[in-house]
Design a binder for this molecule. Sequence first.
Ligand code: MRU
Length: 358
Amino acid sequence: MRERLLAAEKIKAIDWRGDTLHLLDQRLLPLEERWLAYDSAAGVAQAIRDMVVRGAPAIGIAAAYGVVLGARTRRASGGDWRAGLEEDCQLLAASRPTAVNLFWALNRMRERLERLREGEDALAALEAEAIGIHESDREANLTMAQLGVDLIRKHQGSPQALLTHCNTGALATGGFGTALGVIRAAHLDGLVERVYADETRPWLQGARLTAWELAEECVPVTLNADAAAAHLMKTRGITWVIVGADRITANGDVANKIGTYQLAVVAMHHGVRFMVVAPSSTIDMSLESGEDIPIEERDGRELLEVGGRRVAAEVEAVNPVFDVTPADLIDAIVTERGVVERPTAEKLAELMSRKRLH
Ligand code: MRU
């Protein structure tokens, strides 16, 4: 599977070139493929805030490279460069609140600095750490793809209709994707009859990014309005809903793109299995339950306007961009450390006590 996935790799969105970070501008896809170059931590923080780069693992990876860029500038300007770098870390941390991978990656970079050995070059160590975060996410994607396919096959070995939400593919990660990585691998294994991609209002990650990624890889995909999901589960023989996560708490609650929670409720009603795929860097054992997760609210204009033109009546709009799916609506959480079926606090604690594979 690993080799077949590697051979199928086509799309990437993050390119580290040693002195600059290049990001594929996801605000313009699929109509335009434009790369933007960043040479400062502040620039990367802005790119995360503006969603040039998005998706929990990709945000963490970009932030790690942002720290390298910050360290380079701070050290060149002399003085207490480490204090200046901490300011950069805080700026990066303030870019988006929900995906815990951002804070996880920043802490890994801080810890690396703490662990510097006598005579070791701080810049080289930070750069190696950021590349390591990027590479290990890619490896985690491969492991999760295999584990997710095994889980699908365990329940049914024939081609199936799957439904996904938001974008969890190569654009959202350092590799093949989390939920979309499982879907890709399932397709390579002949287990996919069709993928239904929720359009994912209001930012349209499904319509613009997931549909594009799957079409590029010749995976049969049908785009649907978010509101069509219940009807499709009832009429199209969907067997699994497969989604990613932005933060999973110690009890197995999952924050993901707005609309995920209602999908899980509807899936339960229709007897459709619900799989969450995320690397263990998305698991936040410091929070007891999903109630503690900060939920990002974005500008109401994302709802009121289409393509910069107002389409809604003159009212205010509320735009929470994530929601929390309670653990008891989830059949399985797939991570690179293993699979947890019917998640509970005990099972999550056991999973996190396992050694990291990558
Ligand atoms: O607002 P976004 O596009 O950053 O939200 C992305 C999601 O909600 C994804 O489902 C999640 O980050 C997992 S990506 C592998």
